[in-house]
Write a new protein. Sequence first.
Lengths: 113, 110
Amino acid sequence: QKEVEQNSGPLSVPEGAIASLNCTYSDRGSQSFFWYRQYSGKSPELIMSIYSNGDKEDGRFTAQLNKASQYVSLLIRDSQPSDSATYLCAVYSWDTGRRALTFGSGTRLQVQP
Amino acid sequence: NAGVTQTPKFQVLKTGQSMTLQCAQDMNHNSMYWYRQDPGMGLRLIYYSASEGTTDKGEVPNGYNVSRLNKREFSLRLESAAPSQTSVYFCASRETGGYTFGSGTRLTVV
């Protein structure tokens, strides 16, 4: 079982809709959770971080964390064509002994004009 | 601008050749990382350095070596390149919170 799992997509939504991206993780000891956006041919860019259960909002982005279900999601409201990219979920856990992020393989989002 | 600088941006190697990928950050971060990214595989950790003077293996360290030269610089060396090392390589740094990534090195081994 992969440590961090994401649906590869593509997830296609119309412009103005809400895009919902999901991620599950296997290590119950995980403490920190991040969402990165990566445009084709570019490096990942941090867009959200979340550390405690519940919702965290930043502009059009909302991150949701449920540690009991080992689930983290990213909602993008009022999706724009410029949001079309691959979204990477990343998880940080002290318990693995590896002080580094573990990434999912990413979900490709396509926003249709 | 503050950030993580990687060189070179592109490189073609022949099988068996060696090379060093350079990475430098000017944000005074303690931790630095090397990842490779392959289609459908996501980002996989090669090596990391939690602080100056320390390095640790990640998920896919075979065929690579690293040097944390000082707090700013963390290099990745391929001693004898193989076609399986064809990939995009990203360096990143972190103090707390998420990473800041460099722009990447696209390496092709023929």
